[in-house]
Design a protein around this ligand. Structure first.
Ligand SMILES: Nc1ncnc2c1ncn2[C@@H]1O[C@H](COP(=O)(O)OP(=O)(O)OP(=O)(O)O)[C@@H](O)[C@H]1O
Length: 333
């Protein structure tokens, strides 16, 4: 769970993560804890969509106008955020509202930004994502696919960038997720309660220590947190230099064919995820072990046959395919 979240911060193009699991397994705790690890980035001061002053292709219309007129932006640095989308949110709250009266009287558009505006360039977190209303799911699917939120009211339309990392948590006992939404997630992780008694005891001790003195508890991890932040930043830079061999491509397609995965999304996601894993390890070349780790993250929701056992998938077959491709290559060499 933690690895999947960190990989999505390093590479926001991985498609987000869905965390499934029984109640009380620290799913929401883990997502909220991300806030402290998120990097800062440059944004246009006062822009409700936090536009990147150097990325005209993804700017809102106001920022683009300024950019085209060569006006100078006031640039500020702000940390990425975890933006909540509550299950009970109304459509207006999610997409924002257009003031039609203002448009008619003054002939100009007046837009009140919603959650999708705040989510641009940030993490959009939906707890109990499986309980979202269908029409909100549709809005999310559209924005996730296009990177744009479009609002149409009585013949007036407005759009703004809305590119976010989608993170969802859910308890499968409370209902399934719509397949279209499930497929949008780049990764799925299944969490189960700890079975090891010693580790369970650690969970109790940690929680009680946290409740007793939150600041003192957090202080113990200051160095670890800083190390992880630095590692994330380094991996972000290194990612551009990561390459993969033909053998890795061969592994990706063999896995998808032999495990009977639908479509091509899984193959692409596997390579992108493996590249990000390599960067996180400080390497510039994807290794077979990275492919194994990537497969475990990108396949759970894409397998037609699901060897589901106590919430954990069995990825032995993936391991066998990886070593078979490796030995076939060695034999040729
Ligand atoms: N591995 C863990 N380490 C520390 N605390 C844990 C761990 N697992 C569970 N907890 C504790 O269990 C409690 C439940 O956590 P949380 O609310 O994040 O769970 P959840 O998986 O989001 O559950 P729900 O689906 O019921 O919302 C919290 O008090 C949390 O501190």
């Amino acid at each position: 769970m933690k690895k999947a979240l960190v990989l999505n911060i390093i590479n926001p193009l991985l498609g987000g993560v869905l965390i499934r699991g029984e109640k009380g397994t620290a799913k929401s705790t883990a997502v909220r804890a991300l806030a402290d690890l998120l990097p800062s980035r440059s944004q246009v001061e006062g822009c409700p969509f936090s536009c990147d002053p150097r990325e005209p292709a993804n700017m809102c219309s106001d920022c683009l106008n300024k950019y085209q007129n060569q006006e100078t932006f006031v640039e500020v640095f702000g940390r990425m955020k975890v933006v909540d989308l509550p299950v009970s949110a109304t459509e207006d709250r999610v997409v924002g509202t257009l003031d039609i009266e203002h448009a008619i009287k003054k002939g100009e558009k007046k837009f009140e930004p919603g959650i999708l505006a705040q989510a641009n360039r940030n993490i959009l977190y939906v707890d109990e994502v499986n309980l979202l209303d269908d029409h909100i799911v549709d809005v999310l699917l559209d924005s996730a696919a296009m990177g744009v939120n479009t609002i149409e009211r009585e013949g007036v339309s407005f759009f703004h960038p809305s590119r976010f990392i989608l993170v969802g948590t859910m308890n499968p006992e409370e209902g399934d997720l719509r397949p279209q939404l499930l497929d949008r997630f780049g990764m799925v992780v299944d969490v189960i309660g700890e079975r090891n008694p010693e580790k369970r005891i650690d969970v109790i001790k940690n929680r009680l220590a946290y409740e007793k003195d939150k600041e003192a508890f957090a202080k113990q991890f200051t160095t670890d947190q800083q190390e992880l932040r630095d590692r994330i930043l380094m991996a972000k830079k290194l990612l551009e230099k990561v390459s993969y061999s033909d053998q890795m491509l061969e592994i990706a397609v063999k896995i998808s064919i032999e495990l009977e995965v639908d479509g091509h999304r899984a193959d692409i996601a596997m390579i992108k995820t493996a590249m990000t894993i390599a960067a996180f390890k400080g390497q510039t070349e994807v290794a077979p072990a990275d492919m194994q780790e990537a497969a475990e993250l990108v396949l759970p929701h894409r397998l037609r046959r699901t060897p589901f056992e106590e919430g954990i998938y069995n990825f032995d077959q993936v391991e066998q395919i990886i070593s078979a491709v490796g030995s076939a290559r060695d034999a040729v060499v």
